[in-house]
Design a protein around this ligand. Structure first.
Ligand SMILES: *[C@@H]1O[C@H](CO)[C@@H](O)[C@H](O)[C@H]1NC(C)=O
Ligand SMILES: *[C@@H]1O[C@H](CO)[C@@H](O)[C@H](O)[C@H]1NC(C)=O
Length: 283
């Protein structure tokens, strides 16, 4: 009961903060609910190994008009829909790496969630708590690529100034070495150091121990081990629900949110089509 009150308070705040955007409560997941949705082979296929492009980097998918039309919503804020992977029965026991998770969203005119609004994060903090979810991926990403502009002065050092929301037009995440009311990095992690700490990347070290052909980061660290993706972990270090940098192969549940940009793109690539609002899933 107390939790429900908290949710309403939070959603009330969301209404205020988002002006006319009207918040709708995400229905609480039911325990032992009847499984109604069958595993979709297309969804299963989407979770195979990351496809690698000609430059040796994971391919970024564009939207697929049919999948956009068919996308599932588990809740919305205003006209903005969210997909919560664990709410799908076929997904119950499965987890995603960052690239596959992101591509799954993008094919559906969505992207991994961007917490560029603290109210949105507060809401998902509560959802993760009530659904007992150990981690979710966000679109948060560290600009660690070689030869793609990350070398610029303004992004140095990349662990401080190189973080951005890939799903929100590459909006910058404020510097990670200062407290900021819009960011929720954990104060601790594997080494009891404030996040992001690039624990795995630094541990794996430089060139001599390269174990994966995908390559090296801007700092000549191993891309596979570099903690370049932003996950929200639920109390793993007794630190409540907070942001952590993780290696992008880390497996996690995902949250997708509608991407206006990808909806526009899908419509312009498919003249004559419309993308209706998804019917919110209820059970
Ligand atoms: C979209 O959903 C409808 C109804 O569930 C289904 O018949 C159709 O095959 C789906 N299309 C795609 C591309 O998944
Ligand atoms: C929450 O999930 C963890 C595993 O991730 C499990 O050990 C624990 O029992 C769960 N708690 C509740 C209240 O279901």
């Amino acid at each position: 009961m107390r939790r429900l009150v908290v949710i309403f308070v939070l959603l009330g705040l969301a209404c205020v903060a988002m002006g006319q955007r009207k918040a709708i409560k995400f229905p609480k997941e039911k325990k032992n609910s009847v499984v109604k949705v069958k595993a979709d082979p297309k969804l299963e296929a989407a979770k195979g190994d990351v496809r690698i492009g000609p430059d040796g980097r994971p391919l970024l998918f564009g939207p697929n008009i049919e999948l956009c039309k068919n996308r599932t919503s588990h809740g919305k804020l205003g006209k903005h829909h969210y997909f919560l992977s664990w709410r799908e029965p076929w997904h119950k026991f499965e987890d995603w790496d960052w690239f596959n998770g992101r591509n799954f969203c993008r094919e559906r005119c969505m992207d991994l969630i961007s917490f560029d609004d603290p109210v949105e994060f507060k809401m998902f903090e509560e959802v993760m708590q009530q659904d007992n979810i150990s981690s979710i991926y966000t679109s948060g990403r560290k600009c660690n690529f070689k030869g793609k502009g990350c070398e610029q002065e303004q992004f140095q050092p990349i662990n401080v100034n190189g973080w951005f929301w890939a799903g929100a037009g590459n909006a910058r995440i404020p510097p990670t070495n200062k407290r900021n009311r819009g960011t929720f990095w954990s104060h601790t992690g594997e080494l009891k150091k404030p996040q992001p700490d690039n624990y795995e990347g630094l541990k794996a070290g430089k060139l001599e121990k390269v174990s994966d052909p995908v390559g090296l980061t801007l700092e000549d660290l191993q891309e596979w081990h570099d903690e370049a993706c932003l996950a929200v972990l639920n109390n793993k270090y007794n630190d409540k629900i907070r942001w952590h940098d993780v290696a992008c192969h880390f497996r996690s549940k995902i949250v997708c949110e509608d991407s206006e940009q990808l909806i526009k793109r899908a419509l312009s690539e498919n003249p004559g089509h419309t993308i209706p609002e998804p019917v919110a899933q209820t059970d």
